[in-house]
Design a protein around this ligand. Structure first.
Ligand code: C5P
Length: 299
């Protein structure tokens, strides 16, 4: 049963990562009438959806009794403020990371972003070794090196890219910096969350509600700081369309799947599962979105 959950959760993760990256990229580049949706508000909406889904899961675990649900939430969240507070750290980092992700996908094509972001496998391994005292074998380190080489090859500018360098260098640089910062935050936050999940008793869904609670607060601060004026002018949900809702639902689903993967497998396996989605998003990006060329060439 445990082994099954491990592989099922890893499989869903491959599907979720691929569809999120492609829809997010598509939604950020789509030219439409009126204002584009604000990514800062999308981050908050995804957190709220995640909390609602986790409350439903705790409700199901409490044998669908509202009273039992209420007691669990009370006992495990409100009455344990110090335990709850522990989640403020990964939550703050994830909020920053979720915003960086939009910056990256507004400036890089989906495949380049995906491949570069796989550097997080290396940062995750380093944090796992230092914070969880995990031991990695020769083959595991070797696969990390092979992955890094792959990343370097994809980043190598092609002739057509060299021609367009002046046009796209600025935004490519911004995009790359955003991804690289996200690699470190991803490694640290993931391993910290794994440490909390595996070293304390509370259920993964309770931990996710705590994470989402802080995530929503930090996310709202982000909305106020970056888009406060726009929100007061055009509203919180400006520019939302069906595609935006698909993006936020996929992002919320990602939170659930990732939590399950971290519990039943670990962060290093999670990294390898998501790197499988590189192949998928590269193929789809090329054949379907015709996007695996520098965006500046088209714009
Ligand atoms: O790229 P990485 O795997 O680090 O992304 C993790 C993503 O999963 C982040 O968007 C984070 O907000 C989300 N997450 C979550 N709930 C968890 C763990 C991660 O929503 N328990």
């Amino acid at each position: 049963m445990f082994a099954n959950l491990k592989y099922v959760s890893l499989g869903i993760l491959v599907f979720q990562t691929t569809s999120l990256v492609l829809t997010m990229r598509y939604s950020r580049t789509l030219k439409e009438e009126g204002p584009r949706y604000l990514s800062s508000t999308a981050v908050v909406v995804a957190e709220l959806l995640k909390i609602m889904a986790c409350i439903l899961l705790v409700y199901k675990d409490s044998k669908c009794s509202l009273r039992a649900l209420n007691r669990v939430l009370h006992d495990e969240i409100l009455n344990k403020p110090m335990e709850t507070l522990k989640l403020a750290i990964p939550s703050g980092i994830y909020t920053l990371q979720n915003n960086l992700l939009y910056v990256a996908l507004s400036n890089l094509d989906a495949a380049t972003y995906q491949v570069t972001y796989q550097l997080k496998i290396l940062t995750t391994a380093l944090f796992s070794v230092s914070m969880l005292s995990k031991k990695l074998g020769v083959y595991q380190w070797l696969s990390l090196v092979i992955l890094m080489t792959g990343v370097a090859f994809v980043q190598w500018p092609s002739d057509s890219q060299l021609d367009s360098k002046e046009l796209s260098a600025g935004s490519q640089f911004v995009g790359l910096m955003a991804v690289l910062t996200a690699c470190f935050s991803s490694g640290f936050a993931g391993v910290y969350f794994e440490k909390i999940l595996k070293e304390t008793k509370q259920s993964v869904w309770i931990r996710n509600i705590q994470l989402g609670f802080f995530g929503s607060i930090f996310g709202l601060m982000g909305v106020y700081i970056y888009d406060g004026e726009l929100v007061s002018k055009n509203g919180f949900f400006q520019g939302y369309n069906r595609l935006t809702w698909i993006v936020v639902v996929l992002q919320a689903l990602g939170g659930l799947v990732i939590a399950a993967v971290i519990k039943y497998a670990d962060n290093i396996l999670k990294g390898f599962a998501t790197s499988l989605s590189i192949i998928l998003s590269t193929l789809i990006s090329y054949f379907w979105l015709q996007d695996f060329v520098p965006t500046s060439l088209k714009e």
